[in-house]
Design a protein around this ligand. Structure first.
Ligand SMILES: [Zn+2]
Length: 307
């Protein structure tokens, strides 16, 4: 009896990709749940810019994917990030409550499935744009293979690109690796607002996705370039947190720089990962959690070639 149960469990685990099971948090149910629908609201940020919420990863059944931005222009709607697979119709339904205009452009801040999962709901006629490394990362995803390759982004850029010329331009910037190697900062110039995706995810240590070219060593440098080069922004939409300010982004940059400096000092001192974590002092960052510290420190150790 007992043996049968163990075998059954093994078969279930075997059905998943073991690599996926090992590296990712438990997956939420595919598509909308009642808790997810309740959490996934459309809220005004400023004038003609909204976000669609539901971006808090815990609890998983109330999670629909990263914050989606909805920008309503004269010619149509621009959507930034498309949440998890199965949420496309909900995104469209939420947009319909604020405008009748069609979606004309989608932008993905980066490759992850909670930011690109519902691209296909917008069809193949929309304009779709990502940073060039993100397109290469998306091409490796099962969700964009075979028949689904037609939903890959059509347009890419390397360092900077402006979409929707005219009085409501959107500037896309890439400043180097961090969360992945293709993170776009989307600036709605007319509204002084930026979507920073998962380069500004939450008040906790960042998730450094080294499998997609992410870097804990480069992260603070890339954010520093944002702070120095992007002008005229006061409001910042992060990947998985409430709408924040330019100052909050500055605080997060300092946090990533401090985390890196203290971890590098621990590496230099020959400390183990556990001892490094015990020695960290980040208490000046009020309101920050530490649930993701261990993974971040480990990623920086791995990146430095240290165990
Ligand atoms: Zn991400």
């Amino acid at each position: 009896m007992r043996r049968a149960i163990v075998l059954g469990a093994l078969i279930v685990v075997g059905g998943l990709s073991l690599a996926t099971a090992a590296f990712q948090a438990p997956q939420p149910p595919a598509g909308p749940t009642p808790a997810g629908l309740a959490a996934t609201r459309i809220e005004k940020v400023k004038d003609n810019l909204y976000i669609i919420t539901g971006s808090t990863p815990v609890p998983r059944d109330a999670f629909s994917g990263g914050n989606t931005a909805v920008f309503i222009t004269d010619t149509g709607v621009v959507v930034v990030d498309t949440k998890l697979a199965g949420w496309g119709q909900v995104i469209l339904d939420r947009i319909k409550t604020v405008t009748d205009k069609p979606v004309i452009t989608i932008i993905n801040t980066h490759t992850h499935g909670d930011h690109t999962g519902s691209n296909e709901a917008f069809g193949t006629n929309v304009e779709s744009v990502v940073q060039e490394n993100t397109k290469a990362n998306m091409e490796k995803m099962d969700a964009f293979k075979g028949d689904k390759a037609k939903f890959l982004p059509k347009k890419t850029y390397k360092d900077k690109m402006t979409v929707l010329a005219g009085k409501e331009p959107i500037d896309l910037y890439y400043f180097g690796p961090g969360h992945t190697n293709g993170d776009t900062f989307v600036v709605f110039r007319s509204l002084r607002t930026m979507h920073a995706g998962d380069m500004f995810p939450w008040k906790d240590a960042p998730f450094i996705d080294r499998n997609n070219g992410g870097s804990g060593v480069q992260w603070p440098k890339s954010l520093d370039k944002v702070l120095k080069n992007v002008k005229g922004v006061d409001t910042v939409i992060g990947g998985h947190q409430p709408v924040a300010t330019w100052k909050d982004l500055g605080t997060f940059q300092q946090y990533t720089a401090d985390l890196l400096a203290q971890t590098e000092a621990a590496i230099k001192a020959g400390k183990s990962v556990d001892d490094a974590i015990a020695s960290l002092n980040l208490t000046k960052y009020t309101g920050f959690e530490s649930t993701r510290l261990k993974a971040a420190v480990q990623a920086i150790y791995d990146e430095s070639g240290k165990k």
